[in-house]
Design a protein around this ligand. Structure first.
Ligand code: PLP
Length: 352
């Protein structure tokens, strides 16, 4: 099988598997005071220190969570007036509706948030949350410019797709998810300074900074640290390889009458988001699956029902119901790309 759905879940990388197995052999609960508990705590502390240093932050800023969704919910936990965009993952857009009064900044046809409008909407707001890079299009958002121009509101970014590819400016709190990086499912974290506003969203022991409760996932944290270290080590070589394959996929789509979503803007290296106007994405995904290729429509698919992409809709793209997303990663090979290139003409034909 050619797996090109890394943006949904990336396969576990070897260093993360090894770290996870080793840490799983340690018995104690990291909150217990006995020797076993302290051994577990030491592993957790090491993972926290390592992650903080890899991300260029303080260990005290790391709040471990069960994944990106929980990190996003925690980031918005203090509520109030929340300014966000129309291209966020539901972990932000739905959490914002639950927690506060929401103002949604428009997105340009290029796929980038309209910063002038965002700045205007931020007046008097408590929190601004703009994703670092979009999970469907891969388009990178102008976080530095937003930080320069917004004042008086706390800043958060959903960096679930961006972590390990791009740096996040210091002024932001940000969300990270293990399984997008080659770590396990079920571990993530929020990076938030001591002054970032946080409230407890689920009652419990408050193990993480008195705001996040539940027995700590020590093995998950160790595996996430290993996955992140590994990614940063290979990042430049990997980004060069994947972006050139991504460009080949875009060129192939163009030769078949398709196009890449958005404009000529900065993108993550590993996502090819292709629009074939008028084509049925379900038929294309099934066609790819029959050719042994796992890809995604890039839009929410629940209970087997394909819906138009809210991201493309927010960009005003008429092809919101006709997109394919190929997301590549460390295990992707030249053969995988060749397999897609040879299957694509008939697959697109099936969609039309
Ligand atoms: N945010 C973005 C941008 C995502 O792509 C995802 C997962 O697809 C999430 C949040 C949710 O992360 P998790 O699956 O770790 O809860």
């Amino acid at each position: 099988m050619t797996y090109l759905d890394y943006a949904a879940t990336a396969p576990l990388v070897e260093p993360a598997r090894t770290a996870w197995l080793e840490a799983s052999g340690v018995i104690g609960n990291a909150s217990s005071v006995h020797t076993d508990g302290r051994a577990a705590r030491a592993l957790l502390d090491d993972a926290r220190e390592e992650i903080a240093s890899l991300l260029g932050r303080e260990a005290a800023e790391i709040v471990f969570t069960s994944g990106g969704t929980e990190a996003d919910n925690l980031a918005l936990s203090s509520g109030g007036v929340i300014v966000t965009t129309g291209i966020e993952h539901p972990a932000i857009s739905e959490a914002a509706k639950l927690r506060g009064t929401v103002r949604v900044a428009p997105t340009t046809a290029d796929g980038v948030v309209d910063v002038d409008e965002l700045v205007r909407l931020s007046e008097g707001a408590d929190l601004v949350s703009v994703m670092a890079a979009n999970n469907e299009t891969g388009i990178i958002q102008p976080l530095a410019e937003i930080a320069d121009r917004v004042s008086g509101a706390a800043l958060h970014t959903d960096a679930v797709q961006a972590t390990g590819w791009i740096e996040i400016p210091d002024s932001y709190a940000f969300s990270v998810s293990g399984h997008k990086l080659g770590g396990p499912v079920g571990i993530g974290l929020l990076v938030a300074s001591r002054t970032y506003p946080l409230a407890m969203i689920e009652g419990g022991g408050g193990q993480e900074r008195k705001v996040r409760s539940g027995t700590l996932n020590v093995a998950g944290a160790c595996a996430l640290a290993a996955a992140l270290a590994h990614r940063l080590e290979i990042r430049d070589e990997l980004a060069a390889r994947l972006s050139s394959w991504r460009d080949e996929l875009v060129a192939a789509a163009q030769s078949l009458g398709g196009r890449q979503s958005g404009g000529d803007v900065d993108r993550l290296p590993h996502i090819a988001h292709l629009v074939f106007d008028g084509a049925n994405p379900e038929a294309m995904i099934v066609g790819l699956d029959m050719a042994g290729i796992a890809a995604s429509s890039g839009s929410a698919c629940s209970a087997g029902v394909f819906r138009p992409s809210h991201v493309l809709e927010a960009m005003g793209d008429p092809g919101a119901g006709s997109a394919l997303r190929f997301s590549l990663g460390e295990g992707t090979t030249r053969d995988d790309i060749d397999r897609v290139l040879s299957a694509l003409p008939s697959v697109v034909g099936m969609g039309r």
